[in-house]
Design a protein around this ligand. Structure first.
Ligand SMILES: Nc1ncnc2c1ncn2[C@@H]1O[C@H](COP(=O)(O)OP(=O)(O)OP(=O)(O)O)[C@@H](O)[C@H]1O
Ligand SMILES: O=P(O)(O)OC[C@H]1O[C@H](OP(=O)(O)OP(=O)(O)O)[C@H](O)[C@@H]1O
Length: 324
């Protein structure tokens, strides 16, 4: 009892921010909070942590439950996968007051929710799974996906034999829920196909499966409820997170170039508004500084060097406050 911490009493005046408590999104979220200087200490086994330096409380929840808590306005802000929001909305369509607001894409947790079937089996298309058994953790999205196909198949079948009742039964796809290790379902004879997440494709290949269609593409997103308790604080947290994401996505590229080549160089590194150009002691030369997307930087350096820029340096951005 001595170690029991009463956090509930202190939650009233705080903006509640839901963060995945485990799984693929957990660590990148902790990194994002740390980069945004959101300081907290999470006591062992407690799913609520008070933030020391802002009127915020972090609520650690399964990624799949976050859209429900935020959508019902029980929690103000949250980070989860776009796939989880889509699943929640397929099950509980948003109204004027419920449902989530998609604030921004966070870039990590990239994956696809895909229809998968045994590599060596007879099924080659998603249409061939209509009327069969599909196992998934995303039942609402899968039901909606196959429903659309069933309607289509029913129309085609009715045109051929006109026996609508029997056709409807034959074309009903069974969607079964499994909480994890969905990829094992086909090999165990539980399913003809599955709907599961794919990132590298390693799990799918190891299970002898292949993807035949994509239901949803996903990345982690920052979401808020429709009427958060403190919109100003939501904006502050959003701007901090945006700053960290931008800092991760861009680097600062600095180089020297002759004035004669400045226009050409500016086309290679246009920067945010325009590159920063500084005069040098040598009147024919200038120093240029511009933000460049990290994934483009090697190509940009090659192009700059080829066109005659010298002393090209790339530096990491620790944090930022900018709009793109
Ligand atoms: N292989 C993956 N690569 C990238 N992102 C993923 C991957 N698998 C899942 N995700 C993302 O992370 C979210 C949470 O999935 P994850 O399986 O890590 O959660 P979890 O809470 O541990 O759930 P479970 O207990 O069902 O495994 C997914 O909804 C998806 O947005
Ligand atoms: O394409 P890959 O890179 O192999 O990733 C895909 C796997 O990742 C997720 O599962 P996770 O490892 O989170 O475990 P789970 O099956 O218990 O959900 C997903 O459900 C797949 O099984």
């Amino acid at each position: 009892m001595e170690n029991k911490i009463d956090t509930t009493g202190s939650l009233n005046d705080r903006l509640l921010f839901a963060v995945p408590k485990k799984g693929r999104l957990h660590q990148p979220c902790l990194d994002l909070l740390s980069g945004s200087d959101i300081q907290f200490h999470r006591h062992n086994r407690l799913d609520i942590a008070l933030v020391h330096n802002l009127p915020l409380a972090l609520i650690f929840l399964p990624a799949a439950d976050i859209p429900t808590f935020v959508g019902e306005g029980r929690v103000d802000l949250g980070i989860t996968g776009r796939d989880q929001v889509a699943e929640h909305e397929a099950d509980t369509p948003p109204t004027d007051t419920t449902g989530v607001v998609d604030i921004m894409d966070l870039g990590f947790g990239k994956c696809k929710l895909q229809v998968q079937v045994p590599e060596k089996g007879e099924i080659q298309t998603a249409e061939q799974l209509v009327g069969k058994t599909v196992v998934t953790s995303f039942t609402a999205l899968s039901k909606a996906y196959f429903k659309a196909m069933e309607v289509q198949s029913l129309k085609s079948a009715a045109q051929v034999n006109g026996d609508a009742e029997n056709d409807a039964k034959a074309l009903q796809t069974t969607i079964k829920f499994i909480g994890g290790s969905v990829e094992a379902a086909c090999a165990l004879g539980v399913a003809d196909g599955i709907v599961d997440l794919v990132e590298s494709g390693e799990t799918m290949r190891a299970a002898g499966l292949k993807a035949i269609d994509t239901v949803v593409e996903s990345t982690a997103i920052l979401i808020s409820s429709k009427h958060p308790s403190d919109p100003k604080l939501v904006e502050k947290v959003t701007n901090r997170i945006k700053g960290v994401i931008t800092a991760q996505r861009y680097v600062l590229c600095t180089y020297n170039v002759s004035r004669a080549l400045l226009a050409k160089a500016s086309q290679i590194t246009p920067g945010k508004r325009a590159p920063t150009v500084t005069a040098l002691e040598d009147a024919d030369w200038v120093a240029v500084q511009a933000m460049v997307e990290r994934k483009q930087v090697a190509n940009v350096m090659d192009e700059l060097a080829e066109m005659g820029a010298t002393d090209i340096l790339v530096t990491k951005i620790d944090n930022s406050r900018t709009t793109w």
